[in-house]
Design a protein around this ligand. Structure first.
Ligand code: UDP
Ligand code: MG
Length: 325
């Protein structure tokens, strides 16, 4: 064994977390700070919080050289915050963890143990979610659908809580895409993955910062960023519809010739408004949905072509480095 300590960076995205931050920091320091053989660095990313989060974080950074704070100009979102933290982190291994203690910091030690076995990515997988039934069901459906659609090996029920080797972090940091679904990119990088199961806790304090809208957005990003299956789906539906319409046409023609009534009317002398209306409504709906899906991809292409950064940093605070950038 080498004498050099393992340099561990823990990335913590924070958005309006004043209620829980001091507790989180204390737990991180307790469980990972005093550990022999580990040199700890904590990278907090303030994702444009509107409460006293930034103030608290800066105070931590000013009092402890192990703490680095990256502060955004505004709220850019969880995934951009994680991405920024990973770019700031300097460790040999980088862990990503939520600020609300739902991911127990102690689990990082298990992740490290697994990493030492030779895995480059160690995902922390939830044994059981302490959320309501609807949310759990939605998550379960999403992860299964996601694995089917995206042709990458994403472990079921893993969030962003994970440990990555420096090599993985470097690969991910170098990816130029702006709309980032971090857990997807992590699996995409293709390095050897392993999982460690843990009990996901309830939030230690404060409220969830993920609104329903943000969650749906995240799920959508996950699928559209990693799969073109929805486009193929449109094609499949279109093809099926075309075949059906030919079949229906044949049936109508047949009924017309032998003067057989369908839906109460013989096609020869039936006004057929209802059928017409239903068909028009159904297919206009289908077309709008299809255009919408194509639009999602087009919109992303548009966003990416603008080459805007994923986030804007206002300040980096750390005793170790001059506050530059
Ligand atoms: N978060 C963030 N920016 C956002 C929303 C959330 O940085 O716009 C952070 C938040 O502070 C927390 C993590 O992402 O550390 C997960 O958020 P939260 O716990 O609210 O989500 P949940 O666990 O309820 O899905
Ligand atoms: Mg949470």
């Amino acid at each position: 064994m080498s004498v050099r300590k393992l340099r561990l960076s823990v990335v913590v995205p924070c958005f309006n977390e004043e209620a829980v931050l001091s507790l989180t920091h204390q737990r991180l320091i307790e469980s990972l700070g005093g550990h022999e053989g580990i040199e700890l660095e904590i990278v907090y990313v303030n994702d444009g919080s509107r409460d006293r989060t930034e103030e608290q974080l800066f105070a931590l950074a000013d009092g402890d050289p192990r703490v680095t704070v990256v502060s955004f100009t505004r709220n850019f979102g969880h995934q951009p915050a994680v991405s920024a933290g990973m770019r700031q982190a300097t460790g040999d291994v980088v862990a990503v963890i939520d600020a609300d203690l739902q991911d127990p910091p102690e689990v990082v030690l298990q992740l490290i143990a697994k990493w030492r076995e030779g895995f480059d990515v160690v995902n922390a997988v939830r044994a059981q979610r302490k959320e309501n039934v609807a949310k759990r069901l939605a998550y379960a459906v999403f992860y299964r659908l996601y694995r089917k659609l995206a042709s990458i090996d994403v472990p079921l029920d893993s969030g962003d809580f994970a440990l990555m080797d420096r090599r993985v972090v470097d690969v991910m940091n170098a990816l130029p895409e702006k709309n980032r679904f971090v857990r997807g990119l992590r699996s995409w990088s293709g390095f050897r993955q392993a999982s460690v199961t843990y009990e996901r806790q309830s939030r230690a304090a404060g409220e969830t910062k993920y609104s329903f809208r943000k969650l749906v957005r995240l799920a959508f990003d996950g699928i559209v960023n990693f799969s073109t299956a929805p486009l193929s789906l449109i094609f499949a539906i279109g093809a099926l519809t075309a075949v059906l319409s030919v079949v229906a046409g044949a049936i109508y023609l047949f009924c017309h010739v032998v003067d057989l009534p369908i839906f109460g009317y013989a096609p020869g002398h039936a006004p057929g408004f209802t059928t017409l209306l239903l068909v028009i409504l159904f297919f206009s709906g289908l077309q709008l949905i299809s255009i919408g899906i194509v639009g999602e991809y087009l919109g992303r292409i548009y966003q990416e072509t603008k080459m805007r950064p994923t986030y804007v940093i206002r300040e980096v605070r750390s005793l170790r480095k001059p506050a530059a950038e």
